[in-house]
Design a protein around this ligand. Sequence first.
Ligand SMILES: C[C@H](NC(=O)[C@@H](N)CCCCN)C(=O)O
Length: 465
Amino acid sequence: MEKIRQTLRDHAWARWTALGIVAFTMLTGYYLTDVMAPLKGLLEQQLSWDSSEYGFFTSAYGWFNVFLFMLIIGGIILDKMGVRFTGLSAAVIMVLGTAIKYWAVSTHSLDGQTWNILWLFPMKAQVFMAALGYAIFGVGVEVAGITVSKIIVKWFKGKELALAMGLEMATARMGTALALATSVPLAKSLGHVSKPILVCLILLVIGLIAFFIYTFMDKKLDASQAEFDKQNNVVNEEEEFKVSDIFKIVTNKGWWYIAILCVLFYSAVFPFLKYAADLMVNKFGVQESLAGTIPAMLPFGTILLTPLFGNIYDRKGKGATIMLIGSLLLIFVHGMFSIPFLNHWIIAIILIVILGIGFSLVPSAMWPSVPKIIPENQLGTAYSLIFWVQNWGLMGVPALIGWVLDKYCVTGQKVVEGVTVNTYNYTLPMLIFTSLGVLALIFAFLLKAEDKKKGYGLELPNIEK
Ligand SMILES: C[C@H](NC(=O)[C@@H](N)CCCCN)C(=O)O
């Protein structure tokens, strides 16, 4: 009998199709993640939210992931139960959280109500419920993210891993770009700030269906791998994941450097994006309805560049160096944004484009580097722990910026469509983002040094000859 020489992942069409499907699910998740970002002004006008309430709502993304350890639990479930169960559950959680958020922002039944959260903090019921929905969604999208990373490693290890991860991130960022560019026009044309969330809800259901379709491909991949192993007498020596493996991960210095670089770098990008539209209005004098378009160029730029840099990493290596250069660009951009007299909108566009390059370099090298440091059976947990560390920043930094804006940066008030809103000076928030960049650079250096010492191969190509 002729031996099977290939598994499903050896067929290019199969692995790229699998990638396309799961990447689409991530696109729908990223759309919802940022859909409220350009709506800060409209939320102030239509629902009377202030910056602190917006900051509170935005930070809810990480509540359950961070404090209830949902991300880490998700990672353990992923390593124990596999990608099909975990991915489907994550997609259902995204839909559920978004439905709650949509209800909160669209209903009038919460109007005028204030609740005491934990008997301590008075909070508008609407803000709290919207935040709760967003917190639930946050668990879904983060667990979906680690699941998709593991799926990509499953299909692309030893092949075009960084290119595939780059393409997945590029697709997901199309969701971010769409969110930034379309949410204000959608809210205005459909007549309410809640409408873009409804559009997301519909997209997320389609994303869930897409992932369901993927599970059939995944089953086929497992079956073909088992058949291949049987016919070629391959003994699968990979150990089952044990909860005690968490100790192995968190005692690995290289893993820590990636995790800390990740939290610092991403905290200076994603939370920045939440305020970028407002920055455009307040510092660069851009019209409110167009303010989301300039920040939207960032994800658009990364759509092209992340796969490009991933491809370079796959073929030429230099992963640690790529992360270093990306961190340098981050410092440059936020440093420039914090200089008060550089306030022409063309400068804003140039800086966003450069930030797009930095935000393509670091992720394109960071995520494909993790499997070089951590074995595949611990990968779900390793990614989830990195995301967990990162979520502290994604949760804390927007809240910090919202608070700093209200406390130290109010410069006056203006009337927009009949409603009085604050105006802000963004110098201090931008200096905070710059400092995060400086710290990120230090950890990029430490990672490069650790790679040299331990020989992880971060500077080597991913494609096995
Ligand atoms: C792959 C990586 N994903 C993350 O960092 C997620 N933890 C955060 C997703 C936030 C979505 N706006 C990435 O997107 O680069």
